[in-house]
Write a protein that binds this ligand. Structure first.
Ligand code: BYC
Length: 328
């Protein structure tokens, strides 16, 4: 849909040279809260930042299908299986909207997928952890989708129109995902002692990686200042992380399970929870490809990509046939 638009005349309107006047006019549009659209002029660095962020986001949705897909055949009831199947399919849909939004910036989906498979492009650190028990499916919905919503609601107001609009639908679906995860956690925490222990164990393992999802602390976030000035990001990584902790700790209390942080305490003066230090070494190790499941995730994606080659080949042959027909 989006790429067809780019094929029309005026395709290069956004690619003319950067002059001080153009840069100032661009920033003035951002400051006036105008949306930037695919064919509008934009600085190269704005385009590159968006391709990086949106493609990383798309890859996260697609790779994120794996840890949950792992439990499709072992969901504890038909109802749970149907819900999980729908959720995993939603993630595939999110990936596709996001690849389409990134394509409007002139990078093909093929190129983005190649960058993922070669290890050049990142995807969210969180999907490099294993799903060991059914409670992990509850924890992912509750914490991972909960963190994703916290990050994505402000992205609905991102200055780049196609990304902002894609986020509106994604957020509606994520909100359903978060609730289904919380409902699983609620059932487990009201169940047998063994089920409560499973819920606690899942929280123990997913809490810190969920906080890492928001990215490095503000002092180490190399892109935040520029992305905030361009209104791609509306809040810093630390601001969103704090909001997430503030919302989620009372939910854990409601569930009757303990957040695994001895330093966690409510600070009445600021109205926020204080929390312990994140293990940033673990975060950077995962980013460097050395998390518990990095290799497995990429190998599986590579296999799926290879298995789909015949579909891409058939689509290309069909497109060529249509092109010849139209030319004849
Ligand atoms: N994991 O300067 P910074 C979902 C990278 S999926 C990996 O702060 P920025 C779901 C960062 O890219 C939801 N890498 O960067 C799906 C940068 O890399 P470079 C996924 C990370 O961009 C299925 C470097 O570290 N959500 O919900 O200003 C099932 C420096 O960071 C991470 C999104 O993708 C990380 N956690 O801010 C269930 C949201 N954090 O320059 C659920 C869209 C940072 O070395 N993305 N890096 O290549 C964003 O909002 C921003 O890109 C971030 C990072 C807040 C993540």
């Amino acid at each position: 849909m989006y790429t067809q638009g780019l094929d029309q005349k005026g395709e290069d309107a956004g690619r003319t040279a950067e002059t001080a006047e153009r840069l100032a006019a661009f920033q003035a549009r951002i400051d006036a809260e105008e949306k930037i659209e695919a064919k509008d002029w934009m600085p190269d660095a704005y385009r590159r930042t968006l391709v990086r962020q949106i493609s990383q986001h798309a890859h996260s949705e697609i790779i994120g299908m794996q840890p949950e897909g792992n439990w499709l055949t072992r969901a504890p009831s038909l109802r749970r299986k149907a819900i999980l199947l729908a959720k995993v399919q939603d993630e595939a849909g999110h990936g596709l909207y996001l690849y389409s939004a990134a394509e409007t910036l002139g990078t093909s989906r093929g190129q983005m997928v190649d960058d993922l498979l070669s290890g050049k492009a990142k995807y969210s650190s969180i999907f490099n952890y294993p799903t060991l028990t059914w409670a992990d499916i509850g924890a992912i919905g509750w914490l991972v989708d909960g963190a994703a919503i916290m990050n994505q609601i402000p992205l609905c107001r991102c200055s780049y129109g196609p990304y902002a609009r894609a986020m509106v639908r994604v957020c509606k679906e994520e909100s359903f995902h978060q609730r289904q995860g919380f409902e699983i956690m609620l059932s487990l925490s009201r169940g047998s002692e063994e089920q409560k222990a499973m819920a606690q164990d899942a929280l123990n393992r997913w809490w810190w990686p969920s906080l890492m999802m928001f990215g490095p602390g503000d002092s180490d976030s190399k892109h935040s200042a520029q992305s905030m000035a361009w209104k791609i990001k509306r809040f810093t990584n630390d601001e969103l992380r704090q909001k997430f902790v503030d919302v989620t700790v009372p939910q854990a209390e409601f569930l009757g399970i303990r957040v695994p942080d001895d330093e966690l305490e409510f600070d009445a003066e600021s109205g926020h929870y204080k929390f312990g230090e994140i293990d940033w070494q673990e975060f950077f190790d995962v980013l460097a490809g050395n998390g518990p499941c990095n290799r497995q995730r990429l190998q599986k994606r590579q296999r799926a990509h290879n298995d789909g080659e015949w579909v891409r080949e058939a689509a290309r042959a069909y497109a060529e046939k249509q092109r010849r027909k139209a030319a004849a």
